[in-house]
Design a protein around this ligand. Structure first.
Ligand code: GLN
Length: 540
């Protein structure tokens, strides 16, 4: 039996300062010290999973191999650890309450009054212990979403406190806090962090390590100040300034000996130390100078006056992984599909890019603009990669403009279309009718067989692949023949059913689209073959 250590990571002062990257980077360091590591994300929302959340509000919905819709930080864990993270490692308040209430309805509490403490905290603890048991990991890192002092994550902090009481030598607390440098003062301020630690203390928790996030490195004076006022040894106050690539964070943390400090505090000795591959990655990133210009035609960009790229996080990371691998510097631009609907002349801007991606999406908004963009890149031989909705819209475009099926559409947008080239499978039709919409898409990993001799087959170098899905609609096989007759090639088919999974146009410089989401499986240390092929074609 492995004696698992839990590292709870909470946030102070404000959100969005990189708790997920801190967890992922700390996990990476411990893995490179020779330990087995896994990470858990706790989302304090009442949503049962992330599937129903709008990406412009919550960021990308990341799908695990075993088919649960989760927070984008799960993707960061997978990318940094270079290992799959499964459904047990994600929980929301909604999921916890749902479990407790269902158990109560089944008389699972034998007539007791069911209370938030201990029944809800017990359920959280049970799930965390289950992760430790199943993974047999030396370390389970647990990211508690939100910021200390909020109502929403109190129960998770309470659980962490109880676990520390039960297993004092197995628990470590980290606080990721923000130290602002207000323009009018020009000095880094520690007070908000002091307040965050107070808030944590009032939950019965004392942080062992503070990650001091700021735009600049922490100087000695402020390190001492944070140490004294926050009751943390100065060496355990880790400077975490803004840096250009998130993948440099583990290297930066190690400059302040984060790994060693954690091991000392938990009375562990490092087995090995092998950060070589990670250092090599950072070198690659730094030395990639010649740019490759990729445009993403989407719609989940705007939040008020700001542009948000989190909705397509895995796509962006996958482009970067492939570009760095090829020694290129990725330059990614957001292109709003809706602009092309209003001003088709704007399509000309697509010529400026080395490659265009149409990523996943839902609903009507921006659909015609994306179809126009696909038509433009197909006619102008500009490398194209379509992801999920990107494949479906490429099929519609091809049906309309290469096969003469002018009315071709998806039933998602036009339920009455008489040329439904994209439509639902019967069981999905029932889900839509019954409004059974949460967690009911085609989700998670499915096997796909690639057709020998196709571009997709050559890129993967194997005939059976496994990729992750998140969609309700599929290519309508009734139209396959006419599409193929006009030059579209179906190069990947679902191994069990007869569903189209990958398409390509052999005559084009690079025109590939997949019904699955390859971006979820791209890792910095092993870029995804489809993205590699696409970025390579875009670099010629
Ligand atoms: N809206 C499409 C579907 O549900 C595509 C989904 C996606 O791009 N993830 O099938």
């Amino acid at each position: 039996m492995v004696k698992t250590r839990f590292i709870f990571v909470a946030g102070g002062v404000m959100s969005g300062i990189g708790k997920g990257i801190t967890v992922a980077s700390t996990a990476r360091i411990l893995k490179d010290y020779g330990f087995s590591v896994t990470a858990v994300k706790i989302d304090p929302y009442l949503n049962v999973d992330a599937g129903t959340m709008n990406p412009t509000e919550h960021g990308e919905v990341f799908v695990t191999d075993d088919g649960i819709e989760t927070d984008q930080d799960m993707g960061n864990y997978e990318r940094f650890l270079d290992q799959d993270i499964l459904r047990d490692n994600y929980m929301t308040s909604g999921l916890i309450y749902q479990t407790v209430i269902n158990r109560e309805r089944n008389l699972g509490y034998s007539g007791k009054c069911v209370q938030i403490i201990p029944h809800v905290t017990d359920e959280i603890e049970k799930r965390l212990m289950n992760v430790a048991k199943k993974s047999q990991a030396d370390f389970v890192l647990v990211e508690i979403g939100g910021t200390v002092g909020e109502y929403e994550n109190v129960l998770f902090l309470e659980t962490a406190r109880i676990m520390k009481l039960k297993m004092p030598d197995q628990i470590l607390f980290m606080l990721v806090s923000y130290l602002p440098i207000p323009k009018m003062i020009g000095e880094m301020k520690t007070k908000p962090t002091q307040h965050a630690v107070r808030a944590m203390n009032s939950a019965g928790i004392q942080p062992d390590v503070i990650i001091a996030r700021s735009s600049q490195p922490l100087d000695e004076i402020r390190k001492q100040k944070v140490s004294i006022f926050c009751n943390v040894r100065p060496e355990a106050v880790i400077s975490a300034p803004d840096i250009s690539s998130i993948y440099e964070v583990p290297v930066n943390f190690e400059k302040d000996n984060l790994g060693k400090i954690i091991l000392q505090k938990l009375n562990l000795k490092s087995k090995v130390k092998n950060l070589r591959r990670w250092h090599k990655l950072v070198e690659n990133i730094r030395s990639s100078k010649k740019s490759v210009k990729i445009g993403i035609v989407g719609k989940y960009f705007g939040t008020g006056d700001f542009i948000l790229s989190d909705s397509y996080l895995s796509v962006i990371e996958a482009i970067k992984h492939a570009a760095w691998f090829l020694g290129r510097k990725p330059e990614i631009t957001w292109l709003s599909a809706e602009t092309y609907e209003k001003t088709p002349a704007a399509l000309e801007e697509l010529k400026k890019f080395d490659g265009i991606i149409v990523p996943g999406g839902f609903g009507k908004r921006g659909v015609e603009g994306k179809i126009l963009a696909i038509n433009y890149v197909r006619n102008n031989n500009i490398p194209f990669l379509g992801l999920c909705y990107g494949l479906q819209l490429a099929i519609i475009e091809f049906a309309r403009n290469a096969c003469g099926l002018k009315a071709a559409h998806t039933t998602e947008v036009d339920s009455k279309t008489n040329m439904p080239v994209i439509c639902t499978m019967p069981e999905q039709f029932q889900n839509i009718l019954k409004k059974n919409l949460g967690g009911s898409m085609r989700l998670g990993a499915y096997e796909c067989r690639l057709v020998k001799g196709t571009l997709a087959y050559n890129l993967y170098g194997q005939d059976v692949i496994s990729e992750r899905h998140r969609h309700r609609y599929e290519v309508n096989n009734t139209y396959r023949k006419i599409l193929e007759r006009n030059g579209l090639l179906v190069s990947g088919i679902h191994k069990k059913g007869n569903l189209v999974e990958v398409i390509e146009i052999p005559k084009h410089k690079f025109f590939v689209a997949s019904q699955f989401h390859p971006e979820f499986k791209s890792r910095p240390l092993s870029p995804h073959p489809l993205f590699l092929g696409f970025v390579r074609a875009s670099s010629i």
